[in-house]
Design a protein around this ligand. Structure first.
Ligand SMILES: [Zn+2]
Ligand SMILES: [Zn+2]
Length: 309
């Protein structure tokens, strides 16, 4: 397991966070450059495309292995994920696996039990979780190209930034790249913060995960977070037709043309079990009752009958 965090680990490292802060500040330059409809279109397009790479690839593929793809496709999709400037695929997936293993317990990397701001952004801008936990991602660490991308994870976003600048000038760089990257951060981070405190719980789980349509729309389907914590290995997170899950629809289309395969869904009988009854909400506390273990049958001691007087 990983080390215990000290107060020094959890302090904000402003020096390290300069690029992160700049990404938020640079879009202010749009007041000077102005933004054309094409800049807003690129902002929206790069938000949606990169959110898909985060949810469909970093999360549902690298973290949970909920479907399959070939090695070239795997690298291209990982490159797409890295273009969101959320570090490398192996760093991301290893930390996410720890989140599921330790959900809302000591050792969870971003539980709102340690503070809403910590779960949203603090764990990123401190030094607490900078390293890749290689022991948690051995299955993908065997691919040298992924190890390279994990190390040089800034290459894809820098390339993308230059492309937006050369194609559309300063306003496309500020709006299409920087603003969309900042929005993408907070859309993604909502799942670590809001999706554990806000929304409804369908399934009883040992964590605080919740389902929210708004979070699902912002993140292309990740807002069905209680569903996901309940049954992590399924590719879809919206378990019913009304639970909009755009990431899954895109993966389904990719499977039709053979680019991905082996998409998984939860078996019907699993969806009928462990339901939260009568809207009884379990809040922040672990709630699954301890299994009832039958008491061992110990033969009653034979007590000799008292001797009659
Ligand atoms: Zn997950
Ligand atoms: Zn979670």
């Amino acid at each position: 397991m990983h080390r215990t965090l000290t107060a020094r680990d959890t302090r904000i490292d402003w020096l390290k966070s300069i690029p992160f802060v700049l990404i938020h500040l640079l879009p202010i330059g749009l007041f000077w450059t102005g933004a054309r409809p094409i800049d807003w279109a690129v902002c929206f397009g790069l938000y949606v495309a990169r959110m898909f790479f985060i949810t469909g690839v970093y999360h549902r593929y690298f973290s949970h292995r909920s479907y399959k793809m070939g090695r070239v496709m795997q690298f291209l999709m990982a490159w797409g994920g890295a273009s969101s400037a959320q570090k490398g695929p192996l760093w991301w997936a290893a930390h996410h696996r720890i989140h599921h293993k330790m959900s809302d317990l000591e050792g969870d990397v971003h539980s709102p039990k340690d503070g809403l701001v910590w779960s949203h952004v603090g764990w990123i801008i401190s030094n607490a979780h900078d390293d890749t936990h290689w022991d948690k991602i051995k299955d993908f660490a065997k691919y040298p190209e992924l190890v390279w991308l994990n190390k040089y994870h800034l290459v894809p976003p820098i390339v993308l930034g230059f492309v937006t600048y050369f194609v559309g000038g300063s306003s496309m760089l500020l709006c299409g790249f920087f603003l969309s990257t900042a929005l993408l951060y907070h859309g993604t981070f909502c799942i670590n913060s809001l999706a554990h405190i806000w929304g409804k719980r369908r399934f009883v789980t040992t964590d605080t995960s919740r389902n929210s349509l708004l979070c699902a729309l912002i993140t292309l389907g990740e807002g069905w977070h209680n569903n996901h914590h309940y049954y992590q290995s399924s590719t879809n997170m919206g378990f019913y037709w009304w639970e909009i899950d755009i990431t899954y629809y895109i993966l389904k289309v990719l499977s039709w043309v053979g680019l991905v395969s082996g998409l998984r869904k939860p078996p019907a009988h699993v969806l009928e079990k462990n339901l939260v009854v009568d809207n009884e909400d379990v809040g922040m506390a672990p709630s699954i009752p301890a299994p009832s273990i039958p008491a061992p049958s110990i033969p009653a001691p034979s007590i000799p009958a008292p001797a009659a007087e």
